[in-house]
Design a protein around this ligand. Structure first.
Ligand SMILES: Cc1cc2nc3c(=O)[nH]c(=O)nc-3n(C[C@H](O)[C@H](O)[C@H](O)COP(=O)(O)OP(=O)(O)OC[C@H]3O[C@@H](n4cnc5c(N)ncnc54)[C@H](O)[C@@H]3O)c2cc1C
Length: 418
């Protein structure tokens, strides 16, 4: 924090719009990172290791991880298993400003913090995650989310959905709505559907789950559908876009979820609304009209504002999905590119990997993996690399993948926060 103290000499952003001396070749620069999630915490750690002066801006003292939060909802895991603090990062020497970034002035290269201080930077990395687009679904807003939880940001919403599921009357109906692309964690809604179905089968076998989807195809579809047929027949009803699955409005008072074809009455509704990059990205001018942030696929530098890099869910990362695995990989690549740029070196074209595991029941895991590289200005699939779990695999393979999923979670959270 003393680093900020030294830099926080100017009262406001406007006062700092002075020309700056260019960094000499090999010179070390100041890097600010906004957001201490999977992307930002990774980038801050790598930058610090490279010897750069880095400040991570994050208001929360506890980070609630989304991966495995569907298991919490289904009562398979305690919420405490999702909590991570920043002591590890602090102990490793990363400076953390425990406040939020209120405004970024890309011309002045300065961040205004909510606690009144300002932070100068030579390069800024934004990893602020998503905002829920409450404006995009009539009837749904922050108040409605207390009745019809989204649980798409882990924390209180996760616990609320878990409580509501446990309180569901026997023979009740759960409605889960899934948005169109792009959104955080493409297979996440289908993992959630699977684990809610698992919970219902075990505890309320006369209950029903209706999944209303704003699209016709989704990640690991064949694998999910095969598992649903085998494990949850008659319990889980999937309604794709073509069959009228797109939710057009909700009414939390009446507990109804409407599509163009039908209005569903729910005892419990989980509404995952459309999303966009978190507000600070729009404020900084790095989000385009889609609400997401276009980037250069080699450096993750914004296509809209120089010297600001965007990683993780907020970025338009081409074929790469919005996942914790991807945010972590992008955090490393971006931090290395920033280190190179500040030293006057040209960053090399990266290759990035993503793997997403989903549980469809305890001991039953499936996965999708991909490899990506910059191609024609975007991050594209490396052809022939990656793929999904085999469709007709024996139980031992599913069991193994469930174990790999646990191992992955332990490894990534310890690498990022430990
Ligand atoms: C139910 C569910 C299951 C999932 N399962 C998986 C999985 O199995 N595997 C997987 O790889 N991914 C999974 N994901 C996706 C994963 O959680 C996200 O892709 C990942 O968290 C993105 O990381 P990020 O750094 O972009 O954003 P986040 O992790 O959301 O971090 C953003 C951080 O920025 C901070 N912030 C925001 N605005 C500001 C500001 N103005 N100033 C300062 N700080 C700010 C926030 O407090 C937050 O800590 C899942 C998601 C969900 C919803």
């Amino acid at each position: 924090m003393s680093g900020i103290g030294r830099r926080a000499v100017l009262a406001g952003l406007a006062a700092t719009a002075l020309p700056r001396p260019a960094l000499a070749q090999g010179a070390r620069g100041r890097v600010a990172v906004i957001g201490g999630g999977f992307g930002g915490a990774t980038a801050a750690r790598v930058l610090h290791r490279a010897g750069l002066d880095v400040t991570l801006v994050e208001p929360a003292e506890t980070y609630w991880a989304c991966p495995f939060s569907n298991e919490v909802i289904a009562g398979l895991r305690p919420m405490s298993a999702q909590a991570f603090g920043y002591e590890g990062l602090r102990a490793s020497g990363v400076t953390i400003a425990r406040t939020s970034a209120e405004a970024v002035d890309g011309a002045a290269r300065q961040v205004r913090l909510a606690d009144g201080r300002t932070l100068d930077y030579d390069r800024l990395i934004l990893s602020p995650g998503i905002a829920l687009r409450f404006d995009a679904l009539p009837g749904y807003d922050a108040a409605a989310a207390e009745t019809m939880p989204h649980a798409w940001k882990a924390g209180a919403q996760t616990e609320l959905l878990a409580q509501k599921l446990a309180a569901l009357p026997e023979g009740g109906t759960v409605v889960l709505s899934v948005p169109g692309n792009p959104y955080r964690c493409p297979p996440g809604p289908y993992e959630r559907a699977s684990l809610i179905a698992y919970y219902l089968k075990a505890h309320k076998p006369r209950a029903k789950l209706i999944v209303l989807d704003a699209k016709d195809t989704f990640s690991k579809q064949k694998l999910f559908e095969q598992a649903w047929k085998a494990l949850y027949p008659g319990l889980l009803e999937y309604v794709p876009l073509a069959a009228g699955g797109q939710v057009t409005a909700v009414d939390p008072a009446a507990m109804t979820v409407a599509t163009d074809f039908e209005t569903y009455k729910a005892d419990l509704a989980c509404i995952i609304p459309p999303q966009r990059a978190a507000p600070i990205a729009t404020q900084a001018g790095v989000a385009d009209r889609s609400g997401w942030c276009p980037i250069d696929p080699v450096t993750f530098e914004s296509r809209l504002v120089p010297r600001i890099h965007v990683i993780g869910d907020a970025a338009i990362a081409g074929a790469m999905p919005k996942s914790a695995f991807a945010a972590n990989a992008q955090g490393k690549v971006c931090a290395e590119a920033v280190t190179d740029l500040l030293a006057g070196r040209t960053p090399a074209a990266p290759k990035l990997i993503n793997t997403c595991y989903s549980l469809v029941a305890p001991g039953y895991g499936i996965s999708v993996a991909g490899v990506y590289h910059p191609d024609k200005g975007v991050l594209a699939d490396v052809e022939g690399a990656g793929g999904t779990s085999p469709v007709d695999a024996p139980d031992t393979v599913r069991q193994q993948e469930a174990t790999y999923a646990e191992d992955w979670y332990r490894t990534i959270t310890s690498a990022v926060f430990g």
